[in-house]
Write a protein that binds this ligand. Structure first.
Ligand code: GLC
Ligand code: CA
Length: 556
């Protein structure tokens, strides 16, 4: 097993727009992050991942980049960035940026040029096709955010491809000039000292030859077989590693969209020299059957255990995974997998205990360290996310859903849930800003906020601190071999981890009721490393678990 700093480290994802607003314009910014570096240091996180901070018209909150080497003015200046990077490093933490290389903004100079004429030198930076015989789009590909993936350009009579919004034209990676442009942008940041990249939708960069129609097999299968994993993908990733990443002490973290456990090795096996790690979507989407806003299924613990196991077996000692249960694209993890009402405190802590004891680099999302929850938006006017807005528009127009139902679905699964401003205190706007924030603060900020939790030794925040600190001390948390007990038990998740003669046992109750379990092994004498309750009852090998109780024991 290759050991590297990024394996044992904890990644903390910052969504800058919602993190902390230093100049009170309602939008989080880089100086806001600088002001909270000490907070992050005290949380014991190691690597900060910033969602995009580059110039952008913000059709998709920065995931539509109009200049890869400039800072979005709303977020600050290049001097602010340099200071942030330096201070992050001074505190012994690392910083990675979000590389959006599948597409750029339609306001990027490349696209503005490309649109001018068919023989413009930038035309071939994008995917252009003639209309189909009936004058419609060249094929049946759908945008991830609704509607056709093709947009008609009046001036040239051709369509361009956009797998996301029409303001996010896909870059043509077949063109070596495009690849060099992206590599140059990467070098620009790496030369400044950034420590790597999270790679946005990277499995999508190579398109299928001739743009064949997608078969009618459901979104997930189409994603894997038509949009992701294209024919030249691995060639590009090797080239990117060879020409750029491998020359720096930096790592790449792929967004594993469209990757499953059977082909993950092609991306992350050590000997392939492509990417350093990925986070997959199977856990993140384990309640989502086909696509977001479609037939959600209830959370099923046994299914989740199978997912963890199959991925573990698949990458075992050959590659490395990052381990995420939430991010800016999903609803809040405590609301999805735990209980955001009665057992909020216990369940938020218990979920972290699971996440932090699975193998792989721990990847946490801002606000989860205080147990932030989903937000109920009262009207479509309050929704900000382009994915939700497009979904709403499309389904109201086609009368598939009523307005009320569409809004309910958005509130359950929409991305705004995770993007509400961080609740720093019980002051107005949760202490995030003095002005109205770009997206409303969850009204529960009066109860759930950093300030209260700082002062409370039992808080989720202080539990995160303790756990992340412990994780640094024990290699076994990260590298141990897992063996499950009572695998098919639908309520409890129990596993042993062993490493070089050490054993820990992780015992997690996923239910809002007390449950007894016969451990069948002599753990009466074990040390309690962590417990999300004050008490623990083990008698004659039977452990009595309280609702959502989590315990980590170490055998003496
Ligand atoms: C990724 C990002 C998401 C974005 C999309 C398009 O999935 O995480 O926020 O909308 O890519 O860039
Ligand atoms: Ca601001």
């Amino acid at each position: 097993m290759e050991l590297s700093w990024f394996k044992k480290g904890t990644i903390y994802q910052i969504y800058p727009r919602s993190f902390n607003d230093s100049n009170n314009d309602g939008i989080g910014d880089l100086r806001g992050i600088i002001d909270k570096l000490e907070y992050l240091e005290r949380l014991h996180v190691d690597i900060l991942w910033l969602s995009p901070i580059f110039s952008s018209p913000n059709d998709d909150n920065g995931y539509d980049i109009s200049d890869y080497c400039a800072i979005m003015p709303e977020f600050g200046t290049m001097e602010d960035f340099d200071e942030l990077l330096e201070k992050t490093h001074d505190k012994g933490m690392r910083l990675i940026l979000d590389l959006v290389a599948n597409h750029c903004s339609d306001e990027h100079i490349w696209f503005e040029e490309a649109k001018k004429s068919k023989d413009n030198p930038y035309r071939d930076y994008f995917h252009w096709r003639s209309p189909s015989a009936d004058g419609g789009p060249p094929n049946n590909w759908k945008s991830f955010f609704g509607g056709s993936a093709w947009e008609y350009d009046e001036a040239s009579g051709e369509y361009y491809l956009h797998l996301f919004t029409r303001k996010q034209p896909d870059l043509n990676w077949e063109n070596p000039k495009v690849r060099e442009e992206i590599y140059d942008a990467m070098r620009f940041w790496l030369d400044k000292g950034v420590d790597g990249f999270r790679m946005d939708v990277i499995p999508l960069i190579s398109k299928r030859k001739g743009y064949p129609d997608a078969p009618d097999v459901g979104f997930r299968k189409i994603l894997e077989d038509v949009y992701a994993n294209g024919p030249r993908l691995h060639e590009y990733l090797r080239e990117m590693n060879d020409k750029v990443i491998s020359h720096y002490d930096a790592f790449s973290l792929a967004e594993g969209v469209g990757i499953n456990h059977t082909n993950a090795g092609l991306y992350i096996d050590y000997d392939r020299k492509e990417l350093d790690m990925l986070y997959h979507f199977d856990i993140l989407e384990c309640t989502i059957v086909n696509g977001k806003f479609e037939e959600p299924s209830p959370f099923d613990l046994v299914k989740m255990k199978h997912i963890y196991k199959k991925w573990r077996d698949a990458v075992h000692e050959k590659g490395w995974l990052a381990n995420a249960m939430g991010n800016h694209d999903f609803a809040r993890m405590v609301s999805r997998f735990g209980d955001d009402t009665t057992y909020w405190l216990a369940s938020a802590k218990m979920l972290l205990m699971m996440q932090a004891t699975q193998n792989g680099t721990l990847n946490i999302y801002q606000g989860d360290e205080i147990g932030m929850t989903n937000l109920i938006l009262g009207a479509i006017e309050d929704v900000r996310d382009v994915q939700s807005l497009n979904f709403y528009k499309e389904n109201i127009e086609t009368k598939r859903y009523s307005e009320a139902l569409a809004l309910t679905m958005i509130n359950a699964e929409g991305r705004d849930n995770a993007r509400t401003p961080i609740q720093w205190s019980d002051e107005k706007h949760g202490g995030f800003s003095n002005s109205d924030p770009w997206l409303q603060v969850n009204p529960n900020y009066t109860k759930i906020n950093v300030k209260h939790q700082e002062d409370d030794p039992d808080s989720i925040l202080n539990f995160y601190r303790a756990l992340l600190k412990v994780r640094k001390q024990y290699d076994i948390f990260v590298y141990g071999t897992i063996e499950e007990l009572a695998f098919e038990n639908p309520d409890l998740y129990i596993y042993k981890k062993t490493l070089e003669g050490e054993t820990i046992v992780v015992i997690l109750n996923f239910r809002e009721v007390s449950i007894d379990f016969e451990l069948g092994e002599p753990f009466d004498q074990a040390d309690v490393i962590l417990n999300n309750y004050k008490t623990m009852h083990i008698e004659e090998g039977v452990i009595h678990l309280q609702p959502y109780q989590g315990i980590i024991l170490k055998r003496q």
